[in-house]
Design a protein around this ligand. Structure first.
Ligand code: ZN
Length: 155
């Protein structure tokens, strides 16, 4: 059986070869998480998701955002004002596309998630984590995360 870090929390993610990611992820997930792609605005999953629960990394399964930190920014991507706990994300200065932005990545698998902007004064932090829905798997409150992710993989 192939190794899947999302279903086996003990796997050393650094041991995974790029080829494994291509086998594990859907093509659109691979493009975002492993190639720093961006889904077209308004097209990603979870834009209108409002249920209680948590958003996990579609690459490695790490919990990244609580549903209570999600807000409607109108920007076309799922938006959150803070990560679920310190250490869930790493941030990188991104000077691509003629802009200087703060990119955030999953701290476990280094998958690209999106960018952080300081343009959300309506939120407690003032921050907008602009996340590709493609990079996330939503786990409704009360459901088992591994089971939800397993189903998503089989999707
Ligand atoms: Zn991850």
């Amino acid at each position: 059986m192939k190794k899947d870090p999302a279903l086996s929390p003990d796997i050393d993610v650094n041991s995974l070869h790029a080829l494994d990611w291509r086998e594990l992820l859907r093509p659109d997930e691979y493009a975002v998480l492993r190639q720093s792609g961006t889904e077209r605005p308004g097209t990603g999953r979870y834009l209108k998701e409002e249920r209680a629960g948590a958003y996990h990394c579609a690459g490695c399964g790490q919990k990244l955002y609580g549903g209570d930190a999600k807000f409607h920014s109108g920007c076309g991507w799922p938006s959150f004002y803070e990560e679920v706990e310190d250490g869930a994300l790493t941030t990188v200065r991104d000077a691509s596309h003629g802009m200087v932005r703060v990119e955030m990545r999953c701290s476990r698998c280094d998958g690209h998630l999106g960018h952080i902007f300081q343009d959300a004064p309506q939120t407690p932090t003032g921050l907008r984590h602009c996340v590709n829905g493609t990079a996330l798997v939503f786990v409704p409150e009360g459901e088992d995360a591994l089971e939800v992710i397993r189903k998503h993989r089989q999707g």
